[in-house]
Design a protein around this ligand. Sequence first.
Ligand SMILES: [Zn+2]
Ligand SMILES: [Zn+2]
Ligand SMILES: [Zn+2]
Length: 109
Amino acid sequence: MTDHTWHIAGDADGNPTTASCQHLTDDDHHPLAPPRLECPDCIREGSQWVHLRQCLSCGHVGCCDSSPRRHATHHWNQTRHPLVRSVQPGESWAWCYPDELFLLPEEQP
Ligand SMILES: [Zn+2]
Ligand SMILES: [Zn+2]
Ligand SMILES: [Zn+2]
């Protein structure tokens, strides 16, 4: 399962928030192919990544802000695709760049 319904978990510091995220209801979210666990931009540039993030709009995989090249943030700056999720094994959360909100998957009944 790579497709989730997300809800807001907290602000950038992880604190509860009443903020809303309209990007969660965008209609152009479609199931994404399972990501390749590598940052193609880092491979091309001969850099190394720390953690990986996947764009929920187009499936692009980039590296996190702890990585030297920050390709996930670079992708957001270039495309304005708002949502990324962690693709680290055992991690399931997402991040909205414009709203600066942490998102968690809805529990499945
Ligand atoms: Zn948002
Ligand atoms: Zn990278
Ligand atoms: Zn994208």
